[in-house]
Write a protein that binds this ligand. Structure first.
Ligand code: GDP
Length: 528
């Protein structure tokens, strides 16, 4: 197959949702369609219950053995599909944000009864900022939920999307009869039998046909006719370009658990979802069909087994082909590296591969060379941008609890930060180190990992910080900026890249500071 064909047939995407909306279940059904797995229950949930550290450790340990769950790849009707796993737990939101830099599109799963939930809002906002094409899947139609139109409204309002329903439910919960597919103009009747892999669909080219009454009953048929008329009246026609530009989001309804409405979603997805897209580097825009390989690290996975300390760095291939044993330039280090056993990912396993294409993810064994955001090329010096840090929610001083192991402690902190587990800030005033995290769970994870992987002990001390803001001065020679540096010294720190950060202790003090120093900008992400 030609290089161009290999690119065109790839679809790399992520599924995002609030925990429990059905992401794992949907992933599994998609894999079943691809014939990649044989039975339900094969996809491991990455769920963390009630924030228990032991839970997290257990998951990490399992993943250490089977990291394949980070990327699930399968073939469907000639299309190579790569699903990138995104943790649903909010304490790991940063991990998800970073993974979103490696996807070409996303599917958003929403629970029909719960509607738009908090985590969905945050993740969709990130996708919207990046104009990532999104398809919405409204799940659990076999249960009583919100009225379809109300829900579509809610999605538009809360997520700031422009929806276009491409399927529509016939009833819901007890009364759920099936789905009318506006995309293919057919009806799929719901039997509630989850064991079926392929559902039968019935062509209905004309909704006014009496066949519809026979299929779903007169009452449901009439309701559907009215509703579809309303859909036609309210929503614009589906426009693929608008979808690809992130201006329009098609919506499907179904029940992942019952494997219902999933095929419609998948068939439409492979047809409309983008093939690997060009990516911006600091220097220039790189096209997937360029001959030379380029790619970037979006995730680093530590091996939790203390006997095998290596890590797996996940590279998204942006252009060219990645070949085994070929030397590639690690741009940040300015040195060439060769990889004798790059891993490719399949449904439940990983395998060493000789060649991978744009859109694919390869896992490279790493002993500490990589950090998140690193670029690999065939020799050209480019740097992919776009893996920002967000202001953490929690801040604590980290102290060394075993003076004999300070070297181990600093090495451990350094590597864990490279993996993106948390953010490190060094106070300007006294050089003390502060760890910032999205969730409190991370502190236990860090403590545990420092001890078990690096033999170091740490303790924490609370620090009252409301938000970390990256500081940008209009003129860093100005009197105003100098005064700011002097007066606010107690609240200033450097992040790991050496960028200046203001640690505001309250929303009020941030506001006051902004007013006092109008020529200084305070950013909530490290990229501006
Ligand atoms: P995740 O946290 O988003 O990965 O959600 P899961 O896929 O683990 O699903 C959460 C729960 O919802 C599980 O108990 C699923 O069995 C259930 N579930 C998923 N899809 C459906 C559905 O279509 N109908 C019903 N009734 N339950 C579902």
């Amino acid at each position: 197959m030609s290089f161009q064909k290999e690119i065109n047939r790839r679809r790399t995407f992520g599924i995002i949702s609030h925990p429990d909306a059905g992401k794992t279940t949907l992933t599994e059904k998609l894999l079943l369609f691809g014939g990649a797995i044989q039975e339900a229950g094969a996809v491991k949930s990455n769920k963390i219950k009630k924030g228990a550290t032991s839970d997290f450790m257990e998951i990490e340990r399992q993943r250490g053995i089977s990291v394949a769950t980070s990327v699930l790849a399968f073939e469907y009707n000639g299309t190579k599909i790569n699903i990138l796993d995104t943790p649903g737990h909010k304490d790991f939101a940063e991990d998800t944000f970073r993974t979103l830099t490696a996807v070409d599109s996303v599917i958003v799963v929403i629970d029909v009864a719960k509607g738009v939930e908090e985590q969905t809002e945050k993740l969709v906002e990130v996708c919207r900022m990046r104009n990532i094409p999104m398809i919405v899947f409204i799940n659990k139609l076999d249960r009583e939920g919100k009225d379809a139109f109300d829900l579509l409204d809610e999605v538009e309002q809360k997520l700031n999307l422009k929806v276009v329903p491409l399927s529509f439910p016939i009833g819901m919960g007890y009364e759920f009869k099936g789905i009318y597919n506006l995309w293919e103009k057919n009806i799929n009747l719901f039997s509630g039998d989850s064991r079926r892999n392929i559902e039968e669909t019935i062509e209905i080219s004309d909704l006014s046909s009496p066949d519809l009454d026979k299929l779903v009953g007169e009452k449901s048929a009439n309701t559907l006719r009215d509703e579809i008329e309303l859909v036609d009246g309210i929503y614009p026609d589906f426009d693929k370009e608008e979808y690809l530009n992130g201006n329009q989001q098609p919506v499907f309804f179904g029940s992942a658990l019952n494997n219902f409405g999933v095929r419609e979603l998948l068939d439409c997805f492979v047809e409309i979802a983008p093939k690997p897209r060009p990516k911006q580097s600091e220097e220039r825009l790189i096209n997937p069909d360029e001959k030379n390989f380029t790619g970037f690290v979006f995730k680093i996975h530590a091996n939790m087994d203390p006997n095998h300390r290596d890590r797996l760095a996940f590279i998204k291939i942006v252009s060219g082909t990645f070949e085994r044993n070929k030397p590639y330039l690690h741009v940040r280090h300015g040195k060439k590296l060769k990889f004798s056993s790059p891993n490719a990912f399949f449904a439940e396993k990983k395998e060493i591969v000789d060649i991978s294409y744009p859109g694919d993810i390869v896992g490279l064994h790493d002993t500490g060379n990589f950090k998140i955001g690193d670029t690999l090329t065939e020799g050209e010096t480019i740097n992919y941008k776009g893996i920002p840090s967000f202001s953490p929610e929690h801040f604590r001083y980290i102290n060394n609890a075993d003076p004999l192991k300070s070297k181990q402690l600093y090495k451990g902190i350094d590597q864990l930060m490279d993996e993106g587990v948390a953010q490190l800030f060094t106070l300007e005033l006294n050089g003390r180190k502060v760890i910032g995290t999205v969730g409190a769970l991370q502190y236990e994870v860090i403590q545990y990992r420092l001890e078990h992987e690096y033999g170091a002990k740490c303790s924490y001390e609370n620090l009252n910080v409301h938000k970390a803001c990256w500081v940008e001065a209009e003129d860093d020679k100005s009197e105003e900026y100098k005064e700011f540096l002097r007066v606010k010294q107690r609240y200033l720190a450097k992040d790991k890249q050496g960028q200046l950060v203001f640690l505001a202790d309250s929303a009020f003090s941030l506001q006051m500071t902004q007013q006092t120093y109008p020529s200084i900008k305070f950013h909530f992400t490290s990229e501006f």
